[in-house]
Design a protein around this ligand. Structure first.
Ligand code: ASP
Ligand code: MG
Length: 407
């Protein structure tokens, strides 16, 4: 008996016909005694359409009401999917995030799964149901509906898989696996058979859109192997797991990631005194703004002040403006500059540790292509450059060609 969670994204459930195709595939692939949970996203572009509907009413971020609205998308798909299974003669039941026992933090639009009380799901499986769970949503302790951030159905799927001790979590999507780079940008990007949680997490954080970073984190925490594969083809996809199962060639670089949803914020003339950086970042954290690539530099000519630069996701830049605007006078800050047209390009690979020269090659490629690097940041397994958004695709292609096309 296998216990498997299968997640189907929005494009996979976009129409009733596609839903029926999923039913056929699930029933064909499973053995009679297998237990299957499906986690589904909202149909097609439903979530985008709901966001735009809200935009016609307000430009303010009403977090709670937004989640009330967005969670309806997934509720439509679970109901229809359960009906489709019943029509095919299978017992099936649908659950919203709350009904599936998914408890989240009360950060609206960015809820974090705190725990899953999966008993109801387990009982329904024991009764022979195909269980359909709404992705992307949960409920706070206080009973408010939350959503988990765009792409959050991945996280639901992996977390549910962890909670019910599933053998695997399969993520069905419109691409057939994880590529060394986005194939739309780099046509000769290669599909990987395997990648480690660590590398995938880094790729996802740095912009590889295939998986939500938190989903990978969950997989690693609960040791759930994640199989990313195509809804529309039978081929094997990419396994994300703790370690490589085969003798793979020692890769220095595993992938090249890009992110064009980046804004650079510069806070000019912050008094160079203890507690100021704290105040700025504490206020941002209070509003749940994720900050990345922080650089503080002291001005040689004016020791009394310092400049702090950091990046945020572009969607948060209006909120950052609000927050900093509020504390600006209070803290005697000279000026706040926001550049929304930035992007990041990163190389990722566990093998790069202990191999000098990778950073130099990357920076050299930028120079050769006339691309100015604004900020550089590194982790043990990645190097990231902040550059103008308009240069990102060219940079990714140059880096990919350099590291992957030599063999
Ligand atoms: N429907 C949500 C979104 O479009 C969640 C998901 O698809 O994973 O972001
Ligand atoms: Mg979607």
């Amino acid at each position: 008996m296998a216990l498997i969670v299968k997640k189907f994204g929005g494009s996979s459930v976009a129409t009733p016909d596609k839903m029926r195709a999923i039913v056929r595939r699930v029933l064909k692939d499973m053995k009679e005694e297998d237990k299957i949970v499906l986690v589904v996203s909202a149909m097609g572009d439903t979530t985008d359409e709901l966001v735009s509907l809200a935009g016609q009413i307000t430009s303010k971020p009403y977090g709670r009401e937004m989640d009330m609205l967005l969670s309806t998308g997934e509720q439509i798909s679970i109901a229809l999917m359960a009906m489709a299974f019943k029509e095919a003669g299978r017992k099936s039941v649908s659950f919203t995030g709350a009904q599936a026992g998914i408890v989240t933090s009360d950060a609206f639009n960015k809820g974090r799964i705190l725990e899953i009380n999966a008993q109801r799901v387990i009982n329904a499986l024991d009764e022979g149901n195909i269980v359909i769970v709404a992705g992307f949503q949960g409920m706070t302790d206080g009973g408010d509906i939350t959503t988990l951030g765009r792409g959050g159905s991945d996280t639901t799927a992996v977390a549910v898989a962890g909670a019910i001790h599933a053998d695997a979590c399969e993520i069905y999507t419109d691409v057939d696996g994880i590529y060394t780079s986005d194939p739309r940008v780099v046509p000769d990007a290669k599909k990987m058979e395997e990648i480690t949680y660590g590398e995938m997490l880094e790729m996802a954080k740095l912009g590889a859109g295939v998986m939500q970073p938190r989903a990978v984190e969950m997989g690693s925490r609960f040791n759930v192997p994640i199989h990313v594969r195509s809804t529309f083809a039978e081929t094997e996809g990419t396994m994300i797991q703790e370690d490589y199962s085969m003798e793979v060639k020692q890769y220095l670089i595993r992938g090249v990631a890009e992110d064009k949803n980046v804004a650079k914020v510069t806070v000019l003339g912050v008094p160079n005194k203890p507690g100021h950086a704290y105040r700025i970042f504490a206020e941002l954290a209070d509003r749940n703004i994720d900050v990345d690539m922080i650089v503080q530099s002291v001005r040689v000519a004016n020791e009394g002040v310092t400049d702090i630069t950091f990046t945020v996701s572009r969607d948060d830049s209006a909120l950052v403006c609000d927050v900093l605007g509020d504390i600006r006078r209070d803290m005697d800050i000279e000026d706040i500059l926001i550049d929304e047209k930035m992007g990041k390009v990163s190389v990722v690979g566990a093998g790069m540790a202990g191999h000098p020269g990778i950073a130099a090659s990357m920076f050299g490629l930028m120079g050769d292509n006339g691309i100015n690097i604004e900020i550089i940041s590194t982790s043990e397994i990645s190097i990231t450059c902040l550059i103008g958004e308009e240069h990102v695709d060219k940079a990714v292609r140059a880096i990919h060609a350099h590291f992957f096309d030599q063999d």
